[in-house]
Design a protein around this ligand. Structure first.
Ligand SMILES: NC(=O)c1ccc[n+]([C@@H]2O[C@H](COP(=O)([O-])OP(=O)(O)OC[C@H]3O[C@@H](n4cnc5c(N)ncnc54)[C@H](OP(=O)(O)O)[C@@H]3O)[C@@H](O)[C@H]2O)c1
Length: 326
């Protein structure tokens, strides 16, 4: 089978598209014929050795994908050959024609969901949902500020914030990106390349500050938000797409009685499987009702996965990119 292989940590263009032996599933595992795989910022960090998890090399990246069951391993009784499903981030291997996964970490999907949507719903929407529901406990009527609001997790946070009844302020680096955030439900828009972020949040919240900030960007944007929180606010630490992990003067949290809250969706999936499954059911219901949707910027063939990853890491993507089997 053909696969994208990370032979050693390094630049994205050092990934190799090559023929490798087709793997066989072990006990409790299945082999999936991969139809499409979502491309995520963490995939780009992972292959460069910059992610918090460092797999043994060589490995095949690709944290979320959809496909069809091809082979059932020993003891797997609850799935059928040919069944369509999505596979969680607990296994890598999505950027390949076939992948081995734990049969307990897959979710069957219905035929009304396309391969491209199915490949993309889990990581970004799953992260934003967990962040806003379990971590921030976002309430209807609260003000939610979303940074990087046209990015993968950002658009998801805008849609899910609206589904949960919040007033959503989208923050992006260009008017073109803000237009996408608006199409996805944002109530107010801030271009933080042109405007002072702290002052803009204060202005749009009548001086009170944000109840919840969703921050996948870090750096100076995080710093600005630490000074624009409402009393009892929750500042969600999602990621550091800017490349800068900020420090934090804790007196700011004291004065406004707000919380800085870490979010690690992969850890949630591993440690809290039941709430994870309940979240996914809620997400699928919102998808069917049209409250959440997948915004796909570009579809690449599997052999061009490096180009897809480079587009994500170079701040060029609106929504998500996907790779599909050739
Ligand atoms: N905690 C978790 O469980 C979890 C799960 C998934 C992802 N993440 C992390 O969250 C972060 C964002 O992921 P994502 O999927 O939303 O990524 P994405 O689709 O690439 O979006 C990130 C956004 O960050 C902004 N940005 C600011 N400076 C940037 C820079 N120097 N390079 C690239 N983007 C920059 C961009 O928006 P503007 O141009 O509008 O500023 C971009 O749209 C990553 O650090 C990722 O590792 C965390």
């Amino acid at each position: 089978m053909k696969a994208i292989v990370c032979e050693e940590f390094g630049p994205i263009d050092s990934l190799v598209y090559k023929e490798i032996d087709t793997p066989e599933p072990g006990k409790g595992e299945i082999r999936v014929k991969v139809k499409a795989a979502g491309v995520n910022f963490p995939d780009g960090l992972l292959v460069q050795g910059l992610y918090q998890v460092k797999p043994e090399r060589p490995f095949i990246p690709g944290m979320e994908f959809c496909g069809e069951v091809e082979v059932l391993g020993e003891g797997v009784k609850h799935l059928k050959i040919g069944q369509r499903l999505i596979c969680t981030s607990q296994s890598y291997g999505g950027f390949a024609e076939k992948a081995i996964v734990n049969s307990k970490l897959v979710m069957p999907i219905t035929d009304d969901m396309s391969d491209v949507d199915a490949a993309n719903i889990m990581c970004a929407h799953g992260t934003a949902h967990h962040a806003l529901k379990q971590r921030a406990r976002l309430k209807a009527g609260e003000t939610l500020v979303v940074l990087g609001a046209a990015g993968g997790t950002g658009i998801a946070a805008v849609q899910i914030g609206k589904a949960m009844g919040a007033k959503v302020i989208a923050v992006c680096s260009s008017d073109e990106k803000l237009a996408i955030a608006k199409e996805n439900g944002a109530d107010e828009l801030i271009n933080y390349a042109e405007n002072d972020l702290k002052a803009s949040i204060k202005e749009l919240t009548g001086g009170k500050g944000a109840n919840v900030v969703y921050d996948p960007v870090g750096g100076e944007a995080f710093d600005a938000c630490t000074r624009a929180m409402a009393r009892n606010g929750r500042l969600l630490v999602i990621g550091f797409a800017s490349g800068k992990i900020p420090g934090f003067p804790v007196n700011l949290a004291l004065v406004k009685e707000y919380s800085v809250i870490g979010v690690f969706w992969g850890s949630f999936v591993m440690h809290e499987p039941m709430p994870f499954l309940q979240n996914m059911q809620e997400l699928f219901a919102w998808y069917k009702e049209g409250k959440v949707s997948l915004v796909t910027d570009e579809v690449f063939p599997l052999s061009k996965t490096s180009d897809a990853l480079a587009k994500v890491m170079n701040r060029k993507v609106k929504g998500k990119v996907v790779v599909v089997a050739e």
